[in-house]
Ligand binder design. Structure first.
Ligand SMILES: Cc1cc2nc3c(=O)[nH]c(=O)nc-3n(C[C@H](O)[C@H](O)[C@H](O)COP(=O)(O)OP(=O)(O)OC[C@H]3O[C@@H](n4cnc5c(N)ncnc54)[C@H](O)[C@@H]3O)c2cc1C
Length: 474
């Protein structure tokens, strides 16, 4: 039998090597605990979300018109708490890192043609929190030649960015050098009560374990996390690029509002003069989380950049590209804290805002580790009720979103056609997924009365016609 190496018992073992794992480890060390980290230290970190991210610190600009008020209130409160924690956190990390890490404030949010209403909930949330939000002419954006058909531009002077590579470099260095930390440069194969079984045959034991392995979190837990009461952790694969062009020099982040299931097209200026361009978002159910970006994803980014942001980007030099898996769960909110196994915690599902939320999440996890029950009432607690979402609720606006996805890169349809297609897709999805859908019966009635191929355009147009009739009645 092979001899299994057994490391000493830590106060806490943290599994993962992205921003969430390292932020948690650093906070726990700051609070005087001993920490064993299990995750890759070196290498290219393929598939890691953190290193593929633009690192916008989006306090407000991730809000979408479809988000309900309760979700906006909860998420904005957490993002504001993170925003407040950031300067102190960076100062702490900068004591061991040169040059000092800084957040650079200033974000422009563009509403592409036909989407002006996307700016209103962002501006409202900012103003409600006492932060400025000013609408300007897109031609006033410094360094940018925005397309002529941009519907509006919102200036958020307090919404910031950070350099994610410098942040990860500092975090890894601070954690690795800490006298109460040990970094196990391997991966976890399985996590059970008090033990992390590692891929290299060793075992790491700890009083409490925090699994923060991003989109791989479920796969490390018994029965995919169901055994400890967790919902699934999904992966939203995102591709991004780094560009160089002397033509486009931006002092601030420029992004579109969220669209096509993703965080819009965005440009994040880097300190070395390059420009980060992100990002796509595609649910991935495959097991190879280290797959690199596809040509299709990169071509979407290229088209988005030149059609929605600045046509001059088409001639930029490509300096690099990455892809990473954003971890998320069914209600799109983070999963934090104790599972049904009291010694096992998770910190994940940060979706599109993990870098923004990192210091806040680290503090919440450390609170729960040092005082069991501290997160019992927190909206992100891991064991919150998560009923299977109703199809009709999930699919609200799905037709429009699918259309945005299909037309990514600036393609367009005449407005009436777009409305018909979106309406049809909405209805077809509901009918396919067997929701109780009254209007589905109208489609079936029409089909029964004219079961010929020529009925297809009429079927296609029916949902939009029915919507017009209903709207007209009100
Ligand atoms: C293209 C893109 C753009 C984004 N832009 C932004 C942005 O502008 N602002 C923002 O705030 N957020 C952004 N995000 C989201 C953000 O990157 C994530 O929410 C955050 O990085 C998640 O951090 P994490 O540590 O949980 O996961 P990850 O960064 O994915 O890290 C998980 C780590 O766990 C490791 N791991 C996996 N399996 C194991 C195992 N078995 N054992 C040990 N370790 C393991 C992985 O190798 C990886 O290093 C973006 C994401 C993407 C993909």
């Amino acid at each position: 039998m092979p001899v299994t190496a057994m490391s000493e018992r830590y106060d806490v073992a943290v599994v993962g090597a992205g921003v969430i794992a390292l932020a948690c480890a650093e906070e726990l060390l700051t609070r005087g605990l001993s920490v064993g980290i299990v995750g890759a230290y070196a290498g290219d970190h393929a598939g890691q979300a953190t290193r593929a991210a633009g690192a916008m610190l989006s306090t407000f600009s991730e809000i979408e018109p479809g988000h309900d008020n309760q979700r906006i209130a909860v998420e904005t409160a957490e993002r504001l708490a993170a925003h407040a924690a950031y300067p102190g956190w960076l100062e702490r990390l900068s004591r061991h890192h040169a040059p000092a890490l800084t957040m650079v404030p200033g974000t422009w949010v563009l509403a592409p043609a036909g989407r002006h209403e996307h700016l209103a909930p962002i501006a409202a949330a900012a103003r409600e929190a006492g932060h400025p939000a000013e609408e300007h002419d897109a031609r006033q954006i410094p360094g940018l030649q925005a397309p002529a058909d941009i519907a509006g531009a919102l200036w958020l002077p307090t919404e910031a960015r950070i350099d994610s590579a410098a942040l990860m470099d500092a975090l890894a260095r601070v954690v690795r050098r800490h006298p109460r930390a040990e970094w196990h440069d391997t991966t976890a194969a399985q996590v059970t009560t008090g033990r992390v079984r590692c891929a290299d045959g060793s075992e790491v034991r700890a009083k409490q374990i925090v699994v923060a392995a991003g989109s791989a979190t479920s796969s490390l837990l018994s029965d995919g996390g169901r055994a400890v009461g967790l919902p699934p952790v999904l992966a939203g694969r995102g591709a991004s690029m780094v560009l160089h062009t002397p033509a486009v020099r931006l002092p601030y982040v420029v992004r579109t509002s969220n669209a096509a299931f993703a965080c819009g097209a965005h440009l994040v200026p880097r300190a070395d003069g390059s420009l980060y361009l992100g990002a796509t978002n595609r649910l991935t159910t495959g097991h190879d989380h280290t797959r690199t970006a596809t040509l299709d994803e990169l071509s979407v980014l290229v088209r988005e950049a030149s059609m929605l942001l600045d046509a001059r980007l088409a001639s930029a030099e490509l300096r690099g590209y990455r892809s990473g898996n954003r971890p998320y769960t069914l209600d799109h909110l983070p999963l934090l804290g104790r599972t049904a196994d009291p010694s096992l915690l998770v910190a994940t599902a940060t979706y599109r805002c993990g870098i923004m939320l990192a210091p806040r999440i680290a503090a919440l996890i450390a609170d729960e580790i040092t005082t069991a029950g501290a997160l019992d009432d927190h909206p992100y607690r891991a064991l919150r009720p998560m009923p299977t979402p109703q199809i009709s609720k999930v699919l609200h606006g799905a037709g429009d979103a699918l259309l945005e996805h299909l037309l990514q890169g600036g393609a367009s349809l005449p407005a009436p056609m777009a409305e018909q297609l979106a309406g049809f897709v909405d209805l077809a999805l509901r009918a396919l997924l067997h929701d109780d859908c009254a209007s589905g019966s109208a489609l079936r009635r029409l089909w029964r009365s004219v079961p010929v191929i020529e009925a297809v355009p009429a079927l296609f147009a029916l949902p939009a016609r029915m919507k017009d009739t209903t709207d007209g009645r009100h």
